[in-house]
Design a protein around this ligand. Sequence first.
Ligand code: GAP
Length: 439
Amino acid sequence: MEKLVSLAKRRGFVFQSSEIYGGTGSVWDYGPLGIELKRNVKERWWSRMVHQRDDVEGLDASILMHPRVWEASGHVEGFTDPLVECKVCKKRFRQDQLSTQACGKKPSKTPGETEECELGEPRLFNLMFKTFMGPVEDAAHVVYLRPETAQGSYVNFLNVQTSSRQKIPFGVAQIGKAFRNEITPGNFIFRTREFEQAEMQFFVKPGSDDEWFEYWREERMAWHRSLGIREENLRFHEHGPGELAHYAKKAMDIEYHFPFGWKELEGIHNRTDFDLGRHQEYSGKRLEYIDSGAGERFLPYVVETAVGVDRTVLVLLTDAYHEEEVEGEERVVLRLHPTVAPLKAAIFPLVKKDGLPEIARGLMDELRRAAIPAFYDESGSIGRRYRRQDEAGTPWCITVDGQTAEDGTVTVRDRDSLEQVRVDASQVKGWIRERLEVE
Ligand code: GAP
């Protein structure tokens, strides 16, 4: 993880937030390469979950919602973690994670000895961030920063259904920020207090929910695999009765084998009619779906898929990171799937003369105009230029050399196999596009 965090900073993937002030431990900023990677993850999710289907609609609900939403959803009452504080070291822990947390002991005043942590009584700590709507800061004006995007889809369920004329089963997809005042954030961008979620709520007829749950968990696992994440690092974990969230009848995580162990990457939940039922009760508005063909009305059940965008970025970086030896030299390479790689191509003139820089820049402009992110580099030896792009995860390095002036071809070097092929410069755009197509 240390190497990854250092690479992420050095190459402009992720920076600590407010670093010049000493940083805010649990929030991070995405740099020039990181934002491209993150945007590509969201694009791959939206494409598969919305654009490639006719039964899922998109939505962008606001972060601030009516405070009753969070009473109805159960978050005001139940979105809590048990917090314990140590009287010796003053650190705070989640009581349910004590065995995995560090601290425990601190040096005593007597040299060579340590003092045991002395934990106080646990108290329930609500993870929602609170603020005030308008200029008056009193209880009547409290609003929350949403801890999940899902509720925006529930309160808009009928708006989306009637405006899009969807019939059940259908889904509502959203990507957006969520906030949780986590007691123990950490492990880089794994657990933070501000993060992005990509969630989809699939509304189904009660009775068909088990079948849809199976469908969505397989579908979501297939998406992770399609990003090139190694099969052996992914697995399912079904929640036992003690692990289930207050809204879930059944839940299954897709877990990834992080350097710090197997941990949740995505959650698939059968939320039954819990949320719609509660919103119906708290708002006094009927939220039933009317099936005019069958002459019936009912509250749909919901199968939810919920993945963290930042967590997916961490998985992609972790899975892609490799150190290896090439021709007696060590190289660090990010073997990112080309569709998520921030840059698709780097263009190098072999030497800074004989008109090669002009040809190389012309090729870069052509790729950029075709919306293929490309980078021009003429400084340093070819070997050093390759290494810089290997660390950035750029799949193809294209060199313009003496032969280009003669026959119009360039060398394309593959980041992973290191194979080099000659491609006609006029064909490079199509050659790259072909390789970026998603099955
Ligand atoms: N709507 C359901 C829901 O929010 P969740 O399992 O609490 O379910 C879904 O969250 C996903 O959001 C997680 O699998 C994880 O990828 C991401 N996530 C949750 N809390 C996070 C945090 N503090 N930091 C980063 N990502 C987080």
